[in-house]
Ligand binder design. Structure first.
Ligand SMILES: Nc1ncnc2c1ncn2[C@@H]1O[C@H](COP(=O)(O)OP(=O)(O)OP(=O)(O)O)[C@@H](O)[C@H]1O
Length: 633
């Protein structure tokens, strides 16, 4: 059929469309390549629709059963065509779809338009405007379309200014051919390599082949044409997953964990997510984001969707493909989008659940994971992970004073002694430093387990855990009183409870007098001096007072110049240590003031050395030590 001039119907665009097109046409910005994403996505939707219709009406696809999207260029004419053999459109549909704005996303976008062209052009980049984005690169667009099952084809034409026309036309098969008469500055889209690059970026996993057809040559497929995540798990081999992980995650290692599921119900999405086996080098870079790509209905949207995955799961890689988001969702919209928030919640829960399963089924493998990513996961315990706190607490692992391997909080609680009310921990720079701490001695002697907290982040989340774990507070053994007396040691645990009773008991009065003298001698250098039961082999140690900042944290902050002045420490003395006892006897016997003074300072310096801290007055320390040695020798 040939179009006669009478049958050409010209209409004006809906006012909003005109407004939109004015801005689109003037859009000169780097992201205008997204027009191709939009057109390919429409073409894929049209194929999807027909594929579905053909389930009940197989005659619709007879003679042409496989779907494809074809790109072709005519360099002489300066045209790019995007053709599909999808469902096509009737005349009425052409008017409805390509003359008005039906999509709520675009309508919202138009509402946002301010009239300030600079700002508005920026907005387009974020929204994408579906079919109309063709006018970013073309000054004339033709849509030749024939609805599947009908004979009549229609041609829609517009230069994007005010009006469009629709007329009857001829077309060999079903589907739609969109011809873009490219603007002079859009010649890049006549190049196969450029088209290929755009297709690979945005449409690799469109489940239909996107081919590039040159002249009469056989077409070349530009995309992978398979959205692995939409296939059923039973069809996918381990190797398929690995290959996808490497390709999509730009990874060289193997996935440590692969989680693939489809969520149905209120919100539908596919997720194919991986936990790497190796820690990425930039895991702790401040700008490091998660590596989960967001797709909407098989179309790539962004790999930078804020809020899709919490920052403490930033090691997770993969794809989330959501059915319930508009394709033109902007970055700003994603941030506060309730669909994204729900998906994020569900995905987080699922990942934590899978980690738990793995922790329970294969502790060794989990230990490997923990080594690489434990410190990141713990960020969730003090940041935005409140609602996942319980799950996270079941996943944290520690080295401890009682076991070689990793210990969970549940393990710890199960091993708590009679009368033990708190979960004890020590924060230190390293496991070795923790194990060598004098403050640990009394706990070890009683067989009371102490967790080693050696990640800088530990100090922060532990403080936020007001409700403790399983009703038990977490208590630092380098801060506040120890009070080990109320805890009953098992017979099996090393020395019996009252080991010191074998020896003559320390003279309590003498020790009290020593404590008073030391306090007097040290004056302002310490906050307090007192006896403790947290020591066994060492005569003294330093601790932070109950309300003060814990020792390790303070050290860390000072190292990073975040803290100028250290809080004063409490010097604790071990009343059962021979040195303390004999000093106490001397004090009782009326030892001279200068000797007590030297002894007091030497005790404090010893405690500092045990803490790995510098002795502030090395000269005075040497003099005192020499005096004492001369006397002793
Ligand atoms: N190649 C095509 N084949 C059949 N129908 C099409 C084609 N391209 C566009 N359409 C129709 O035109 C409508 C408008 O397209 P447009 O790209 O502006 O928005 P949309 O595709 O509905 O939105 P979104 O891209 O967010 O899903 C589509 O919904 C579809 O009905």
């Amino acid at each position: 059929m040939t179009a006669s001039s009478q049958s050409v119907e010209t209409r004006t665009f809906q006012a909003e469309v005109s407004k939109l097109l004015k801005i689109v046409a003037n859009a000169l910005y780097s992201e205008r390549e997204v027009f191709l994403r939009e057109l390919i996505s429409n073409a894929a939707d049209a194929c999807d629709k027909l594929r579905f219709l053909a389930l009940s009406k197989p005659e619709l696809t007879v003679g042409d059963p496989s779907f494809a999207i074809r790109l072709a260029v005519d360099k002489d004419a300066g045209t790019l065509t995007v053709a599909d053999n999808g469902v096509g459109m009737t005349e009425a549909e052409l008017h409805d779809n390509l003359g008005t704005i039906a999509r709520s996303g675009t309508a919202a976008f138009v509402e946002e338009l301010s009239g300030d062209s600079k700002r508005d052009v920026g907005l387009i980049g974020q929204f994408g405007v579906g079919f109309y984005s063709a006018f970013m690169v073309a000054d004339k667009v033709e849509v030749l379309t024939r609805k599947a099952g009908e004979d009549q084809a229609w041609l829609w034409t517009s230069d994007g200014i005010g009006e469009y026309s629709v007329e009857p036309a001829e077309k060999a098969g079903r589907g739609t051919v969109i011809t873009l008469h490219l603007k002079d500055d859009a010649g890049e889209f006549l190049e196969k390599s450029r088209l290929q690059q755009v297709v690979r970026t945005y449409s690799d996993h469109i489940p239909f082949p996107v081919t590039f057809v040159e002249a009469d040559a056989e077409g070349e497929t530009l995309n992978k044409a398979s959205a692995l995540w939409t296939r059923s798990k039973s069809e996918i081999s381990e190797d398929d997953y690995k290959e996808f992980y490497r390709h999509a995650g730009h990874a060289a290692d193997e996935p440590w964990l692969t989680v693939h599921w489809k969520a149905e119900g209120r919100i539908e999405y596919h997720a194919l997510l991986f936990v790497p086996s190796q820690r990425p080098f930039d895991l702790f870079h401040p700008e490091r984001r998660h590596h989960v790509k967001l797709y909407v209905k098989r179309v790539f949207i962004t790999d930078d969707a804020e809020g899709l995955v919490p920052s403490w799961l930033r090691f997770v890689k993969g794809v989330i493909d959501c059915e319930d988001l508009p394709l033109n969702v902007s970055r700003e919209m994603l941030q506060r989008n309730p669909v994204v928030a729900s998906v994020s919640q569900a995905v987080t829960k699922r990942i934590l659940g899978e980690l738990k399963k793995k922790a329970e089924s294969d502790a060794d493998a989990y230990a490997e994971f923990w080594k690489s990513f434990g410190a990141v996961l713990k960020e969730g315990l003090y940041g935005d992970g409140l609602e996942h706190r319980e799950a996270l607490l079941s996943l944290v692992r520690f080295r401890s004073s009682a076991r070689d391997g990793l210990v969970s909080l549940a393990d710890y609680v199960a091993r708590m002694k009679d009368g033990q009310e708190a979960i004890y921990y020590i924060a230190a720079e390293s496991e070795q430093a923790a194990a060598a701490s004098p403050q640990l001695e009394g706990f070890q002697k009683k067989g009371v387990e102490v967790l080693y907290m050696t990640d800088p982040i530990d100090e922060f989340w532990v403080q936020m855990l007001f409700e403790g774990y399983d009703g038990k507070p977490l208590k630092s053994i380098t801060r506040g009183g120890a009070d080990l007396k109320s805890i009953k040691a098992d017979q099996a645990d090393g020395e019996p409870d009252d080991a010191s009773k074998d020896e003559p008991g320390a003279d309590q009065g003498a020790v009290a007098a020593l404590v008073a003298s030391v306090k007097l001698a040290l004056g302002d250098a310490v906050k307090d001096v007192r006896t403790t039961d947290r020591l066994a082999d060492s005569p003294v140690c330093l601790i932070a007072d109950e309300g003060d900042m814990d020792m390790n944290l303070e050290r860390m902050l000072r190292q990073h110049k975040q803290l100028d002045e250290a809080a004063k420490r409490v010097l604790e003395v071990n009343p059962d240590h021979p040195l303390i006892r004999s000093l106490a006897e001397r004090v009782k016997a009326g030892a001279p003031g200068p000797a007590i003074d030297d002894a007091a300072h030497l005790l404090l310096d010893q405690a500092r050395i045990l803490e790995g801290e510098p002795v502030p007055d090395a000269k005075a320390f040497t003099r005192r030590l020499s005096t004492v040695m001369v006397k002793g020798l």
